[in-house]
Design a binder for this molecule. Structure first.
Ligand code: ATP
Length: 465
């Protein structure tokens, strides 16, 4: 959508219609934290279910996991997060805004390597200071750059006693998979190549949370880690990249709004890294990372834990540390991509309407049932019966008897409900030939058709599969 204000419109719709709320809003909020409202949680859960289905049930040799969030503090040393998980930060001397130096450099076409130490990044920043303006006040006067660790610290147990070290909230959810890799191998005896999938929370002390759900401090990551033989990565990597892009298309996202982007600067252990980007209102930006992590993670954990994490390959009679191909997607970013793609304004019956053209598979409400008039008990009773019948197909069938029928349709359009069903006197048999038929109204076209209740149930079933 061309409209520059589309982002504001989506944010406003999210609040107005119960998708997303600012976290702790009555206290003035907390930067980078959002809550999913009644419609948002349904949409989120539907996306998660679609992801789980594609990455666990529909795959051979993939196993699900849900690891605890707190981990032994050694984990984050082994993974390199306590020393290296940082972003370069500078402050505007005029308005005190904090900027992420790698991102502002990127915006002027200069790429900063994640491996750069403070000295190097300062040199690079100094060389381009003249081109970089504060995004808040436009000034060109910044502090020195410092590396800012993104791990969120917490405490467990008696943290007042000396020697009790802090624990960390997960900086990335995937560490849980590496820690349980041996347990999965021992309990499930998978043959390589095999995968472990998890949707887990992650926390990052982001310097400047922004763009609604795009850069938050608390997030949910859906990760798969494919364990493969060393160096056997190329074919699997291409296949995974394509599978993951197709999955977004299967969610209803337009293909032309998706693209791949290869990383120019790799983290030190990675062999290759690609992003899937979505065309957000501010331009293409990352929704998922697909990384060749080599044997780095398991080797590190083997070193730090002292536990043998080799895999015995019964086909080749060899022992080795598997290599890992990772896919990691942020649920909030996916949800935003889905909302952005679905948001439309069009003309219907001489009025402008807002409609979310969500795929019925993930729409928070599958259908709305309404009696034509709410003060006619016989219509209400029949409509209740129809709703119950349709709930056998899917439980998320809404009831709305408030206001005139046109208003009810508009409300459902705004939350992306694919079907509206109206029960009238003909349903009750006023015209005998129409007994037990209802009006089915389609969200995208506004078209209406007269169908039996069984036919409507079939339509819904087909659409949500
Ligand atoms: P970025 O460069 O945008 O900070 P990243 O490359 O650090 O992201 P990864 O560590 O690869 O991101 O995380 C995998 C996925 O997790 C990302 O593709 C994104 O969808 C999601 N993600 C990462 N950071 C955030 C965040 N602060 N808020 C919301 N989602 C995030």
């Amino acid at each position: 959508m061309e409209d520059k204000n589309v982002m504001e419109k989506i944010i406003s719709l999210c609040k107005r219609r119960g998708f997303i709320f600012q976290g702790s809003e009555i206290y003035g909020g907390l930067a980078g934290i959002y809550d999913y409202g009644p419609r948002g949680v349904e949409l989120l859960n539907n996306i998660k279910r679609a992801w789980w289905s594609a990455n666990v049930y529909e795959k051979d040799n993939f196993y699900g996991l849900d690891a605890g969030m707190f981990k032994n503090p050694r984990v984050w040393e082994a993974s390199g997060h306590t020393s290296g998980f940082s972003d370069p930060l500078a402050e505007c001397k005029k308005c005190n805004a904090r900027i992420r130096v790698d991102k502002v450099l990127d915006a002027v076409g200069v790429s900063a390597d994640e491996k750069m130490g403070e000295e190097q990044i300062n040199e690079l920043f100094d060389a381009h200071r003249a081109d970089i303006a504060c995004p808040k006040c436009g000034a060109h006067d910044f502090s020195r750059v410092r590396k800012f660790n993104l791990l969120v610290k917490s405490n467990l147990g008696d943290f007042t006693s000396e020697g009790n070290e802090p624990v960390y909230l997960p900086g990335e959810a995937c560490q849980g998979i590496y820690l349980d890799y041996k347990n999965v191998v021992d309990s499930m005896q998978p043959k390589i190549p095999f995968g472990i999938a998890q949707i887990g929370k992650a926390f990052r002390n982001e310097i400047s949370p922004r763009n609604f759900l795009f850069r938050t401090r608390e997030m949910e990551q859906a990760d798969t880690q494919l364990f493969i033989r060393p160096n056997e990565n190329k074919e699997a990597y291409e296949r995974i990249k394509n599978e993951r892009l197709e999955w977004y298309v299967s969610l209803g996202i337009k293909r032309e709004n998706l693209r791949f982007k290869q990383h120019e600067n790799l983290v030190f252990y990675a062999k290759d890294a690609w992003d899937i980007e979505y065309n957000f209102p501010w331009g293409f930006d990352e929704i998922e990372g697909i990384h060749d992590r080599t044997d780095y993670d398991l080797t590190q954990h083997m070193k730090f834990s002292g536990v043998d994490l080799n895999y015995f390959d019964s086909e080749t009679n060899e022992k080795y540390i598997p290599w890992i191909l990772e896919t990691s997607a942020g649920m909030g970013r996916i949800l935003m991509a889905v909302m952005t793609d679905a948001y439309h304004e069009d003309e219907m019956a001489g009025e402008t309407r807002v409609v979310l053209k969500l795929s019925p598979k993930i729409a928070p409400v599958k259908a709305m049932v309404a009696p034509l008039l709410k003060n006619k008990p016989e219509l209400v009773a029949k409509a209740r019966e129809v709703r119950k019948e349709l709930q056998k197909v899917h439980p998320a069938i809404a009831w709305d008897d408030n206001g005139n029928i046109g208003k009810r349709y508009r409300r459902q359009d705004e939350i992306g409900t694919p079907f509206c069903i109206t029960i009238d006197f003909d349903t009750l048999g006023e015209k005998p030939e129409l007994k037990d038929t209802v009006t089915l109204r389609h969200r995208d076209s506004g078209e209406q058709e007269r169908l039996t209740i069984a036919e409507v149930a079939e339509r819904i079933k087909e659409a949500i599969q």
